[in-house]
Design a protein around this ligand. Structure first.
Ligand SMILES: [Zn+2]
Length: 450
């Protein structure tokens, strides 16, 4: 079945490996596919007895669906309404002050986000007493697939797909950047997609608020290598939201060519591949690079740009496509297009129209069939994300207490809180699943100085 972009007249659902992702088979088949979760019990139970509206036979087993840089994600059933949701375990929360603050930041962000193209927290599981507080579980919406799975599948991707995906990536990023948040790990696997092609940016394990002080060094251990901007590869000490735009450019190229645009074995070779396309950068374009990286670049044989190669990515690579792509893949971050300007590019017009005609939640159709459009197609955050609290927390215990308090505040709603059911078969497997395969983590930057 083809991957179908919804249009205004018929909503064709997309198959994108949904049967594998979501396990639409019964519990036995689903458990078999996932290796050993046969007979898994519902994952958690409500504190107060609320009988689920479905029988055990209809309950799909809880199963792992992903391992991000800083957490494990499971597909589970919410016992309150039988809805399938994603449950993310944020592990090793209190191993150090740095890790606990990072997790607290991610948690606060997930609760802060209110945007259709950004994944947010639906709920947090009730933590145990402070003395036993070790792990945090967050519930988010469950999406069936992600852009990585779609790109590597055999299903055709039309230019309508690419337009509507790119539009939503930029729309979500505009919101994040307006909140002063840099995602720092934009890659196809972190762009979740549902059956109607609605896309949501996820995994904020590496996200942070932009650093206004250019003298303050920022970590270079960010962004999965293939999507890593040249200024980070060249050891810049300070970078901006432009690093996310570079990643989007790489993904745009990948959607067109159905293969990773710059697929190198190490960060050094990564830079080689980039300069093969863009040519050797001028000194001005390398102004943020560290001295050793600059001098290394100047000692290499100069390369001419070969941007016309972008036309060979796909038959869909029109002048308009290459025009936008070339503005995202710019060596100098100051000259790279911003998300706001990219959204104003004519290439995105059709994606915007399609999205707001039948996919969004911000516009609606009246009883007489008239579409009422929102006044702001790409909304911004009402205020920047506040990270000043981070500076006040200096010990693991302080973070722990503040986080416990924060979660209690979030749970202060009329909904019945949920907590982990340690008796469930799935729990043992979930509890023992740790973070990420090492290859999932951004590799260390190239050591220019030695
Ligand atoms: Zn809309």
């Amino acid at each position: 079945m083809a991957v179908a972009v919804p249009n205004c007249h018929s909503r064709v659902s997309m198959s994108v490996s949904m049967s594998i992702m979501q396990g639409t088979a019964g519990p036995t088949a689903g458990a078999g596919q996932q290796g050993g979760l046969h007979g898994a019990q519902p994952y958690y139970h409500p504190q107060h007895a609320v009988a689920p509206a479905h029988t055990q036979e209809q309950v799909q087993p809880d199963r792992p669906i992903g391992y991000g840089a800083f957490g494990v994600v499971w597909a589970v059933t919410d016992p309150r309404d039988g809805r399938r949701v994603a449950l993310k375990k944020l592990p090793k929360v209190f191993a150090s002050v740095i890790s606990s603050k990072r997790v607290f930041r991610e948690l606060k962000m997930l609760c802060f986000f209110k945007h259709e193209n950004v994944l947010s927290a639906l709920d947090i599981l009730q933590p145990p007493h402070l003395d036993f507080f070790q792990e945090i579980y967050v519930i988010t919406e469950l999406l069936q697939s992600d852009l990585h799975k779609i790109i590597v599948s055999h299903q055709p991707l039309s230019s309508d797909h690419i337009k509507v995906f790119l539009y939503q990536i930029l729309r979500g990023l505009k919101y994040l950047h307006s909140a002063r948040i840099l995602h720092r790990d934009i890659k196809p696997g972190n762009l979740l997609v549902n059956s109607n092609c609605v896309l949501k940016i996820c995994d904020f394990g590496l996200a942070r608020v932009e650093e206004p002080d250019t003298n303050k060094p920022m970590t270079q251990e960010v962004v999965t290598q293939y999507y890593r901007a040249p200024e980070i590869l060249m050891g810049t000490k300070h970078y901006s939201a432009a690093v996310d735009v570079w990643s989007v450019g790489c993904i745009f190229g990948e959607l067109l060519g159905r293969r990773i645009l710059f697929q190198a074995e190490n960060p050094f070779q990564q830079l080689e591949l980039i300069t093969e396309l863009l040519g050797t950068p001028s000194l001005e374009d390398m102004k943020y690079a560290c001295e050793a990286a600059k001098s290394d670049m100047l000692h290499r044989a100069p390369k001419p740009p070969s941007l016309s190669a972008l036309y060979t990515l796909s038959s869909q690579a029109t002048h308009e496509v290459v025009h936008l792509l070339c503005q995202m893949l710019v060596f100098d971050p100051d000259k790279r297009i911003s998300v706001v300007d990219a959204l104003a590019h004519p290439y995105l017009d059709e994606g915007r129209l399609r999205y707001h005609s039948c996919m969004c939640k911000c516009c609606y159709t009246t009883a007489s069939g008239m579409r009422q459009y929102t006044s702001e197609f790409e909304s911004t955050a009402p205020q920047p994300f506040d990270d000043r609290w981070e500076k006040k927390l200096n010990t693991v215990q302080q973070v722990k207490e503040e986080m416990h308090k924060f979660i209690a505040e979030q749970l202060n709603t009329s909904r019945v809180p949920l907590c982990i059911n340690p008796q469930s078969a799935a729990f043992k497997s979930f509890a023992s699943s740790t973070v990420a395969h090492p290859s999932e983590l951004p590799p260390s930057p190239y050591q220019w100085e030695y």
